[in-house]
Design a protein around this ligand. Structure first.
Ligand code: ATP
Ligand code: MG
Length: 217
C-alpha cells in the first residue's frame, strides 16, 4: 500500500495572510497531500526581536483563515507547548500520530526559511524524518535556490523540493505596518481575519501586543 502524504505548514501567522494560504494550497495540489495542518508557533525557539501577538489570537485567526478549505486543519501542538518551539520536536510528536511506515510528511516553508535549515535544531534528523517543500518568494529563482541547497548539505537535494508559487510579495510584517499606517489590508488577508483584526483592534501599536490578552470572538 502506498503511503499517504500530509503537509505541515509552520509559521508565526502574525497574522496569517493569503501568501501562506496560496503556498499551502499549491503544495497540497502539486504533492497530492491529503491534508495540510497549519501549526502556529507558541514561543519560537529562534526569534527575531519582535514580540508576537498572543498565541490564542494567532490560533483563532489561523482557524478563521482555513475553515473554508476542507483540506486545511490547524493544530495546537506548538501553542500548547510550555517551552520554546522547535520544528524538530514538533515533527517528532507528529510522527507518533503519523508513523513513518504509513505517512510521508512534507514540511511546507518559504524558500528564505529553508535556506537556514542547518541552523535549526537537529537538522540532519529533521531532514530524515520529513521532506521539505520550499516555496519561492518574490526575488528568488529556483536555480539559485537549488545551487544554495547543494552547498548546504548532501541530503538537501533529495529531501527538499523547491516549488514555484504565484508570486505574492506579502508578509505579516507588511500587514502589521499597513495597519499602523491606516492602509487597507482588504484582499491581503481573508475577510474573516480582516474583520477579527479590526474588531479586536489588533496591531494598532508597534510593540505591546502581548498585553492585548482579552479575547473576543
Ligand atoms: P513575518 O513578516 O512576521 O516574518 P511572514 O509573512 O514571513 O511573517 P511567517 O509566519 O513568518 O510569515 O511565515 C511562515 C512561512 O510562510 C515561512 O516559511 C515563510 O517563508 C512563508 N511565507 C510567508 N509569506 C510568504 C509569501 N508571500 N510567499 C511565499 N512564502 C511565504
Ligand atoms: Mg517570516
Amino acid at each position: 500500500m502506498s503511503k499517504e502524504s500530509i503537509g505541515i505548514m509552520g509559521g508565526s501567522f502574525n497574522p496569517i495572510h493569503i501568501g501562506h494560504l496560496v503556498i499551502a494550497e499549491e503544495a497540497r495540489v502539486k504533492f497530492s497531500l491529503s491534508k495540510v495542518i497549519f501549526v502556529p508557533v507558541g514561543i519560537p525557539g529562534y526569534r527575531k526581536k519582535i514580540k508576537l501577538l498572543d498565541p490564542e489570537r494567532r490560533f483563532v485567526m489561523t482557524l478563521l483563515a482555513t475553515t473554508s478549505n476542507p483540506h486545511f486543519f490547524v493544530s495546537r501542538i506548538e501553542i500548547d507547548r510550555k517551552g520554546k518551539c522547535y520544528t524538530y520536536d514538533t515533527i517528532v510528536e507528529l510522527r507518533k500520530i503519523y508513523p513513518e511506515d504509513k505517512y510521508n510528511i512534507f514540511f511546507i516553508t518559504g524558500a528564505d526559511a529553508v535556506l537556514s535549515i542547518l541552523t535549526w535544531k537537529n537538522p540532519k534528523e529533521l531532514l530524515s524524518m520529513c521532506y521539505f517543500i520550499a516555496a519561492t518568494r518574490p526575488g528568488y529563482n529556483l536555480k539559485k535556490l537549488n545551487d544554495k541547497l547543494k552547498k548546504i548539505c548532501l541530503d538537501c537535494e533529495t529531501r527538499v523540493f523547491p516549488i514555484q508559487v504565484p508570486e505574492l510579495s506579502i508578509s505579516s510584517t507588511m500587514i502589521r505596518e499597513r495597519i499602523i499606517k491606516n492602509e487597507p489590508i482588504k484582499y491581503l488577508v481573508p475577510k474573516e481575519v480582516e474583520d477579527y483584526i479590526y474588531k479586536n483592534e489588533l496591531y494598532k501599536e508597534e510593540d505591546p501586543w502581548e498585553e492585548q490578552s482579552k479575547i473576543e470572538y
